[in-house]
Design a protein around this ligand. Structure first.
Ligand code: S3P
Length: 179
């Protein structure tokens, strides 16, 4: 990895099932950095699971906790020491997008609708996809969020790639961009 990356956290965004956590874990291990998963920090702050936060406190409260988690993560970490896997909706708040871009290189892991369904279709741990017509929900949310994900430094299409392959592509991309 090029030296320009020193001092910059690497921040992965993208829809549920885009592989942020799996790719983040591999990338962190390869780069000798610490992986921080925003969802885990939120769960730690709230002292309850994500489905429970949504059910008992609501999405708005969850979004407040996400912003709080970002402040905690970046205020405590040495610059350039982290790979951060965000939640799929972290980018929904403009405030969060600004925090992410201020604190690192923001990379959008793109994924197609069909791949999302294949990867997370049977998983009931994601309250925003629970129940009803998952395909329609994913299509609608992906379309709404696409411009928000594109508010990033660069993007990578992960469709058809396993996490190790995504890491390989990411490293090439970072080098090409001179990041
Ligand atoms: C969400 C994505 C989830 C989690 C929560 C809300 C979203 O994270 O933060 O269920 O709004 O897209 P993952 O992308 O890690 O599943």
């Amino acid at each position: 990895m090029t030296s320009g990356l020193e001092g910059k956290h690497i921040i992965l965004t993208g829809f549920m099932g885009s592989g942020k956590s799996a790719v983040g874990a591999l990338l962190a291990a390869e780069m000798g950095r610490r992986l921080i998963d925003v969802d885990n920090i939120v769960v730690g702050i709230a002292g309850m699971s994500i489905p429970r936060i949504f059910k008992d406190l609501g999405e708005l409260h969850f979004r407040e906790l996400e912003t709080r988690a970002l402040h905690e993560i970046f205020s405590e970490a040495t610059p350039g020491s982290l790979v951060v896997a965000t939640g799929g909706g972290t980018v929904v708040r403009a405030e969060n997008r600004a925090i992410l871009k201020e604190n690192g290189i923001v990379i959008f892991l793109e994924v197609e609708t069909g791949e999302v369904i294949r990867r997370v279709g049977a998983d009931e741990g994601r309250p925003l996809l629970a129940g009803g017509d998952k395909l329609e929900k994913v299509k609608k949310m992906l379309a709404e969020r696409d411009p928000l994900y594109r508010d990033c430094h660069f993007s990578l299409d992960t469709t058809g790639l396993d996490p190790q392959e995504v890491v390989g592509e990411l490293k090439k991309l970072l080098q090409q961009k001179g990041a």
